[in-house]
Structures are given as structure tokens and as C-alpha cells.
Design a protein around this ligand. Structure first.
Ligand SMILES: Cc1cc2nc3c(=O)[nH]c(=O)nc-3n(C[C@H](O)[C@H](O)[C@H](O)COP(=O)(O)OP(=O)(O)OC[C@H]3O[C@@H](n4cnc5c(N)ncnc54)[C@H](O)[C@@H]3O)c2cc1C
Length: 696
């Protein structure tokens, strides 16, 4: 892997790495002036090139050209062992960032490629300063505590060292999201211990937790007297090369989220040979962060069960104002399959659950969360003999005569082909495909919203399906979630106390909607639709729960006013959050008059939530519309064969889960109606695929 400079060429002098210290370099630069070709001697020589190297995944070499002031003006990076799709791309962005800054100092690592980033920084420093590889690393033996900022707050660790080695790392108190954070909590300490180095790569998909852990461990080790720079530059064993031999199977499933895992298990249980392809280094996708609540119809293992008609009525109620409607004929046939899916999960894994009648539908909540399913399903895949290929990305669906015949995949060592009689696409939604999202949701251009979906939701399936002529639905649309009371605050609109009793205003100081609809996803949808740059919930101190108030107090001390603003007057509040004071006062007065009268003339908010504000301190808390994924994807028939643009099935090709929800939802998503559906879809598609296999 070699990243070339953009071609700006001045006279260069190549000097071996390690020969020059920084000050010597400047001296040498001035010494070079006037030498060289006649035309060049007309102007003073202003640049020179030095070479350095350091360890990334493999050796990284940097040819660094600096001008007379020491600013980096050209850079050639060589890193033949960097992963093409991760480290290779990182080399390019790092080069650009370093050239923009003119230095490596203060340049951020590339997310997911920490090792490559550190390698590049160290290679450049090595070139410029002659800094050499770390010497012997020693510690003062003992156990040290450290803290680092994770995704949801502080992560505490305890690190034990003897004089020469890190002996153990215990991860203590933290608020990281259960499930997804288990992966870095296990792998980061293991990697640091195995390599005796802090230069380990973050786990892609859990980068913030990974970084928080490394920061906490670094903090702990900083108290041990170790040379941290040396520890940060200590080499890490590069991962083994991966197999790139072509393979063949009966059924290949792309994506190991809920839909893909269930499809793989079902196909295997029905007797097929199955390969499950997953681009991340772990299975689960969004299931790892999902709540684990499922809407279901007709399950025998659920005590309180919805009947079909009640669920259909609920869909219609929810979609009363939807521009696009679900396919009710399809839902009528398909919804009972969700009951079968729940029974399967319950009976197979012995999972326990409780059901809650929410007025319009019953939601079954499995104990634990989506991570529980992930572990159970992944273990079952393994024990059944499903061949799961992690770190393997499906690139293209292969077709012949209009029929799917397999998939081209890539891993860090190259690409290869998996031939298969049936291809099931289960690669999830498109939340993280920004171009696709903005095209379908133009309000995203102005709005500041909180995307909760996993970073793996990059719409790969959408692109692959389009490429083979699948009929794509409109969208992908945002799957409306519960609004978030600033992610940095750590509360959602659902779990922050008394939020429904607040007045919520937009960046123009206007009230936006009924703050207390019976389902917060409706409120979220309004926030998305109105696309204001900012929303604030105004809390009355006298009505705030003690723990919430304490957190608000803490965040109000931040100077940037970006999360919580504390104030004793509306005028001051308007000025602090930069909204028109007159409009805020008018909205507040009108809302207050509704509270006093017990009737909301504008949005019909329930009187139980119309509580007048007391005189005194107010807290304006930033509210973000949030997303739990996408609605849309390809159109499929009742057994999840993908349809082409003429409406005919593309032979041997199926799509399930979030890459194919065109017929499930209208404009509105309602929580708990994904996992049950996608489980059922995975089962139905796999059963159909295997039934077709046996006929071949
Ligand atoms: C915070 C949160 C909470 C939620 N809570 C609930 C809930 O309680 N109940 C509910 O019903 N729903 C919930 N959802 C929604 C639900 O979790 C998702 O809709 C569902 O998990 C999607 O499943 P999936 O298998 O279709 O896709 P995903 O879970 O996205 O899985 C797709 C998999 O494919 C992989 N992949 C992608 N591209 C490729 C490629 N090119 N090659 C190989 N692999 C690839 C991904 O890495 C991923 O592992 C929640 C969502 C979020 C974000």
C-alpha cells in the first residue's frame, strides 16, 4: 500500500531517518541553499525530504518533505501490510490530515485504524526527529486505578504490573451499553496483555468504548512510572492472513444480525450446508444494542398474546396520517409467523419473557436484552455447523442468466467467491449511508439528530441488490425512535423523569408538538419532520427528580451551553441558547396559560402533563430527534424472494430483515416491531430456500 503525494514538487534531498534531530534538520536545510541545478539556484532551496519508519500492522515508512519552517508539505506513506479496506484507507486520510495541519501533532487517529494511525505518526516523527523504537519497558510493580471517557461516561479499570510486564487488567464500573461493549471489554485488555503494548487497534463498531478503555488503562499505567510513549509505540503482532480460497455451499447468508443468524440456523436445521458471512469481527449487528422487546401475534409461549385483528388495527391507527401505507394483505398473512418465531426462540433457548399490554398492542420483553439473543443464536450456529466467516464483507451478488449463483466477498487478505444455490441477503439497514439517507430524508441536511443504529448499517445490501436489478422501495426512511435528551446527558426522552411535563421549543423559540403523546415515537417524528436545528425541553427545577437535577446541575456547569442551560429568566435563557427572546416568551406564556386552564388548545396535550411552571430556576435541556434504523429496502414476495423491477422474482435470491422492510411499515415505526418480524422473515426465507434446494 503506497499513498503518493499530489505532485507538488520542489527540490528534495533524501536524508536517512534517524540521522537528523529536529534542530539539526533546520540547520541542514539552510546549509542546502544555493546547491543544485542552475535554474533552482535562482531561488533559495525551501524543502527537504527525510525518511522514517515505525510499526503499524506491519512496517510503515514515511517520506516526509518539510519546508524551511519545518512544515510538512509533502508525504509519501508506504504500508504494504496495512489492511486494504481499513489501514489502507486510513493511510490516505491520515496523509491528507497531516498535510492540512502541516504536522502530525494534534492530528486525530482514524476511527477503527488506531494501530495504522499510530504507526504513521511515529514514522513521521521518526523521520523528523530521529525518534527511535522504544527501549526496555519497566514499571513500578503494583496495582493502579485508571479512568477513561467511554461512550456513555467514565470507564474505571484496575491494572496490575510487575517490574517488566502488565499482568492483569480488570474493567470496573462503567455505563457502556450492555452487549456491544462486552466485545471491547474483553478484547482490548486481552490484546494489551498479549502484546504488552498500548498500540492496539480499536474494535470497529465499538470505537468509543475501545478508546475509553485504552485511555483508562493508559491512565492507570501512567501511575506506574512506565515510559508511556514507549508503551504506546511498542509493536503489536499483526493479525494472521485470512483464507481467500473460493468456496461453495448450498445457502450463503449475508449478514449475521437477528435476521441472518435465524436464517442460517433455520437453513442448517433443515439440512442445508450454510455459510454465514459477516463483515464485522463479531455477530449481532443491531441486535447487540437492541432492547429485546418484540411485538408478536399468535405465540403459544406468550401468556398475553395479541390477536391478528388487534395488531392490524394498531398498524392502521399508527399509520393514520402516513403518506405511504404498509401492505396490509401481506401483514395479514405474515403476522402470525411472528408468533411462531417467538415460540421458536423461547423453546430453543429457554428464554424468559414478560408481556405488557400497552393499550393497543402487546409487547413481549425478553429478559436481558438483544445481546442475549446474539449469544444464544451465535452459539447455536456454531454448534449446528454453520460456517461463520467474520471480518468478511459481501461485495457483490453474483448472477448468471438473471439468477443468483453466489457472492463475491473480501477480507483483509483479498477477495474470493462463494458459490451458492441460494443467497439470502440480511445485511441490515442504511442509516450510516449518508448519501442515501439524505436523498430520501432531505431534512437531515439541516437537522441535528442522534443516530442510534450500529455503525455496520451502511446500506451494503441496498447497493448489492440494486446492482442485480432488485426493485427498491422508496426510502430508506428514518425509523423514528424515542427522542434523546442529549446523548451526552445519558437519558432518553423515555427514561428522563417528568420530560412529558415540559414545554419543548425549537431553535426559533416556538413550541413544536404535543410533548406527551401516548407513544414518544410520534413526538420524535414531529421533531424530524419540522427539522429545526435544535430543540430544548424546559424543565422546572421545582418538579425535577433529585438524581436528574443533580446530573443537570453538573452539565449546566459546562461553558458551551450545549447540553443543559440553567437560568432564572427566560431572557437569559434565550440569550444563552441563542434563540429569539420574544418568541420564547410568547411560547412560554401561551403554554403556561394552557397549563393554568387545563386545556392545550394547540396540540391537545393530556391535562395530566399540563403542569404550570413555578417562579424560579429553569433548565433547558437539549433534545435530539433519534433514529433506530431505517424503513425501506428491496421489495420481496411473501416468502422473501427478491423481486426485480418487473415484479418477478430474481431466482435464488432472498432478502430479510432491515434491508427489506418495504411491506412492513408505513411512515411510522413503532418500537418492538422489528425483531419479531425479522426473526420470522429469516425463518420463512430459509425454509423456502431449502425447500427449493431439495427440488433442484
Ligand atoms: C438502540 C436500538 C434499540 C432497538 N430496540 C429494539 C427492540 O427492542 N425491539 C425491536 O424489535 N427492534 C429494536 N431495534 C431495531 C432492531 O434492533 C433492528 O431493526 C434489527 O436488529 C435489525 O436486524 P437485521 O438482522 O435486519 O440487521 P442488522 O442487525 O443491522 O444486522 C445486519 C448484519 O449484517 C452485517 N453486514 C452489513 N453489511 C454487510 C456486508 N456487506 N457483508 C457482510 N455482512 C454485512 C452487519 O455487520 C450486521 O451484523 C432497536 C434498534 C436500535 C438501534
Amino acid at each position: 500500500m503506497q499513498i503518493y503525494t499530489s505532485g507538488r514538487r520542489t527540490k528534495m534531498k533524501r536524508i536517512l531517518a534517524g540521522v537528523l534531530a529536529g534542530t539539526m534538520l533546520l540547520g541542514l536545510l539552510s546549509g542546502c541553499q544555493g546547491q543544485g541545478q542552475p535554474e533552482e539556484s535562482q531561488e533559495p532551496e525551501t524543502s527537504t525530504t527525510v525518511t522514517g519508519s515505525a510499526q503499524g500492522y506491519g512496517a510503515i515508512t514515511a517520506d516526509v518533505t518539510v519546508d524551511g519552517s519545518g512544515k510538512i508539505i509533502e508525504l509519501v506513506l508506504h504500508g504494504d501490510n496495512e489492511t486494504p479496506s481499513i489501514g489502507g484507507e486510513a493511510l490516505e486520510s491520515l496523509r491528507e490530515a497531516i498535510l492540512t495541519a502541516g504536522t502530525v501533532e494534534g492530528v486525530d487517529s482514524v476511527s477503527g485504524a488506531t494501530l495504522t494511525s499510530e504507526g504513521v505518526f511515529n514514522a513521521v516523527r521518526n523521520a523528523l526527529n530521529g525518534e527511535t523504537a522504544p527501549g526496555e519497558i519497566t514499571y513500578t510493580a503494583g496495582t493502579y486505578e485508571g479512568v477513561g471517557a467511554g461512550r456513555n461516561g467514565d470507564i474505571h479499570v484496575s491494572v496490575t504490573v510487575d517490574e517488566t510486564r502488565i499482568l492483569s487488567i480488570d474493567v470496573g464500573e462503567n455505563q457502556e451499553t450492555a452487549g456491544i461493549s462486552d466485545i471491547p471489554k474483553e478484547r482490548i485488555p486481552d490484546a494489551i496483555l498479549a502484546n504488552q503494548s498500548l498500540a492496539v487497534d480499536a474494535i470497529s463498531g465499538a470505537t468509543l468504548t475501545s478508546r475509553g478503555l485504552v485511555a483508562a488503562i493508559t491512565d492507570a499505567l501512567s501511575k506506574s512510572g512506565v515510559d508511556l510513549a514507549a508503551l504506546q509505540a511498542a509493536p503489536v503482532t499483526p493479525p494472521e492472513p485470512m483464507d481467500t480460497t473460493d468456496r461453495s455451499t448450498d445457502v450463503v447468508v449475508l449478514g449475521a444480525g437477528m435476521a441472518g443468524l435465524v436464517a442460517a440456523i433455520t437453513a442448517r436445521e433443515k439440512g442445508a450446508d450454510v455459510i454465514l458471512v459477516e463483515k464485522m469481527s463479531f455477530t449481532g449487528g443491531n441486535l447487540l444494542i437492541a432492547g429485546g422487546g418484540l411485538g408478536t401475534v399468535g405465540a403459544e409461549t406468550v401468556e398475553e398474546n395479541d390477536d391478528l385483528q388487534r395488531t392490524l388495527d394498531y398498524f392502521k391507527l399508527v399509520n393514520e396520517t402516513s403518506e405511504r401505507q404498509p401492505d396490509y394483505d401481506f401483514l395479514e398473512k405474515f403476522l402470525p409467523e411472528t408468533g411462531r418465531a417467538i415460540d421458536y426462540l423461547t423453546n430453543t433457548f429457554g428464554l424468559t419473557h414478560t408481556s405488557t399490554d400497552r393499550g393497543d398492542y402487546i409487547r413481549t420483553n425478553f429478559d436481558g436484552n438483544g445481546a442475549v439473543f446474539t449469544k444464544s443464536l451465535t452459539d447455536l450456529c456454531d454448534s449446528l455447523g454453520v460456517v461463520t466467516l467474520l471480518n468478511t464483507k459481501a461485495e457483490h451478488i453474483l448472477t448468471e442468466d438473471g439468477k443468483a449463483i453466489g457472492v463475491q466477498v473480501s477480507n483483509r487478505s483479498g477477495s474470493y467467491t462463494i458459490s451458492a444455490q441460494k443467497v439470502i441477503v440480511a445485511t441490515g439497514g442504511a442509516s450510516r449511508d449518508w448519501d442515501r439517507m439524505v436523498a430520501a430524508n432531505p431534512e437531515l441536511n439541516t437537522i441535528d439528530f442522534y443516530e442510534e443504529a450500529a455503525v455496520s448499517s451502511t446500506g451494503d445490501g441496498f447497493a448489492m441488490l440494486e446492482e442485480v436489478g432488485a426493485q427498491m422501495d422508496v426510502g430508506p426512511f428514518i425509523k423514528s425512535a424515542y427522542p434523546d435528551i442529549s446523548p451526552a446527558f445519558g437519558y432518553t426522552y423515555a427514561n428522563s423523569p417528568n420530560q412529558q411535563d415540559t414545554l419543548v421549543i425549537n431553535a426559533q423559540g416556538q413550541r413544536v408538538a404535543n410533548e406527551a403523546p401516548y407513544n414518544q415515537m410520534f413526538f420524535n417524528k414531529q421533531l424530524l419532520r419540522q427539522a429545526s436545528e435544535a430543540y430544548y425541553a424546559i424543565f422546572d427545577q421545582s418538579k425535577m427528580a433529585d438524581y436528574f437535577l443533580a446530573d443537570a446541575e453538573r452539565l449546566a456547569e459546562r461553558e458551551d451551553n450545549s447540553i443543559v442551560v440553567k437560568t432564572d429568566s427566560l431572557e437569559e435563557l434565550a440569550s444563552k441558547i441563542d434563540i429569539p427572546a420574544d418568541a420564547l416568551q410568547a411560547s412560554f406564556d401561551r403554554y403556561q396559560s394552557f397549563c393554568e386552564a387545563g386545556a392545550d388548545e394547540d396540540f391537545g396535550k393530556d391535562t395530566s402533563h399540563l403542569l404550570p411552571y413555578e417562579e424560579g430556576t429553569l433548565y433547558a435541556v437539549r433534545v435530539y430527534p433519534a433514529s433506530w434504523g431505517t424503513i425501506g429496502g428491496c421489495v420481496s414476495d411473501d416468502t422473501f424472494h427478491v423481486l426485480n423491477t418487473d415484479g418477478a422474482p430474481i431466482d435464488n435470491l432472498f432478502a430479510v430483515g432491515e434491508c427489506s422492510t418495504a411491506r412492513f411499515f408505513g411512515d411510522y415505526y413503532f418500537g418492538g416491531f422489528s425483531l419479531g418480524y425479522y426473526t420470522a422473515a429469516g425463518m420463512v426465507a430459509a425454509e423456502t430456500a431449502v425447500a427449493e434446494l431439495t427440488r433442484n
